[in-house]
Design a binder for this molecule. Structure first.
Ligand code: C2E
Ligand code: MG
Ligand code: MG
Ligand code: MG
Length: 282
């Protein structure tokens, strides 16, 4: 409503605000209800070896469905969970669900691949990551060596000293530590040294710009090269085409994740995939 002026504009403005506030309230209620009713969903998106196309691990991702059946993206509800403080309980729900799933699989004799879980800034500021996470893993008999925790650059930037201590402790217990969406914000090479990082997940924006932006390709290659030299595991996110996969492999990137390979899927589908793969390899 660019041309609306004066009182009308004010009216539109408040209507937008009210609509946004209603939406937030709806999502906040949806989050609370999902916690009470144990009604979130866990999906896994496979991470594949770019040379062989074989599934090497997976990222655990959270799903929320409102009572009217609408599926809400975590990009929309995670910020609200963070602002309301609900994130702590949600992270606990998520980690517990993942650990329980992993221990079920191992009881069924399925060799469990590497799983990554997203954590928020609040999780490493508070006592969730420093106290409860390790206890939760132990309780479910999960080996932290098989679990990598993903954090975005912003989290590392905001909480330097708290993050450093917590992440060092988690690393000593065996958890892997990944920088998520690397290159999308104020990426700092210093983070690679300051924190006990094991994995770099390169933001999917690099692939989106691959054909348009020569500088982006040079930066992408440099990130891959640097990560390899530092002995870090490199995963490129958002692989959507076979061309992208081929080029990433040429650049020396070991792992990829994206719709070209697999979309996020329910745990049972993920296990079918792993089981079929293991059979073929024998
Ligand atoms: P992320 O950690 O960077 O996760 C990758 C996101 O990219 C996922 O979106 C995934 O579905 C999407 N994706 C994967 N491959 C492709 C592709 O080829 N093309 C495109 N366009 N997208 C692709 P999703 O599941 O909607 O999650 C969005 C974000 O929400 C995640 O980004 C993560 O930051 C956050 N999130 C998800 N689950 C959790 C959770 O349990 N806890 C926390 N704290 N954050 C979570
Ligand atoms: Mg992630
Ligand atoms: Mg990411
Ligand atoms: Mg993201």
């Amino acid at each position: 409503h660019a041309k609306v002026r004066g009182k009308n504009q004010y009216q539109f403005y408040t209507e937008d605000l009210m609509q946004a506030a209603r939406r937030r309230m709806r999502l906040e209620n949806g989050l609370r209800a999902a916690l009470v009713q144990n009604d979130f969903d866990l999906v896994f998106q496979p991470i594949v070896d770019l040379k062989t196309g074989l599934v090497q691990g997976a990222e655990a991702l959270l799903r929320l469905e409102l009572d009217n059946g609408e599926a809400v993206s975590p990009d929309e509800f995670i910020p609200i969970a963070e602002q309301t403080g609900l994130i702590s309980e949600i992270s606990k729900w998520m980690c517990e669900k993942v650990f329980r799933t992993l221990s079920d699989w191992s009881r069924q004799g399925i060799s469990v691949p590497d799983i990554t879980i997203n954590l928020s800034g609040r999780d490493i500021q508070g006592d969730f990551a420093s106290v409860h996470l390790a206890a939760l893993a132990r309780q479910h008999g999960v080996n932290p060596d098989n679990v990598t925790l993903e954090l975005t650059e912003g989290v590392l930037m905001d909480n330097q000293s708290a993050a450093l201590e917590t992440l060092s402790d988690l690393r000593k217990l065996g958890f892997g530590i990944a920088i998520d969406d690397f290159g999308s914000g104020f990426s700092s090479l210093a983070y690679m040294r300051m924190y006990p990082i094991t994995t770099i997940k390169i933001d999917r924006s690099f692939l989106q710009n691959m054909d348009k932006d020569a500088a982006d390709i040079i930066i992408l290659q440099a990130i891959i090269d640097l990560s390899n030299r530092l002995g870090l595991r490199v995963i490129c996110e958002g692989v959507e085409t076979p061309e992208q996969a081929t080029r990433l492999a040429e650049y020396g990137c070991s792992y990829g994740q994206g719709f070209y390979y697999h979309r996020p899927m329910h745990p049972t589908d993920f296990i079918s995939l792993i089981t079929a793969q293991n059979k073929n390899q024998k």
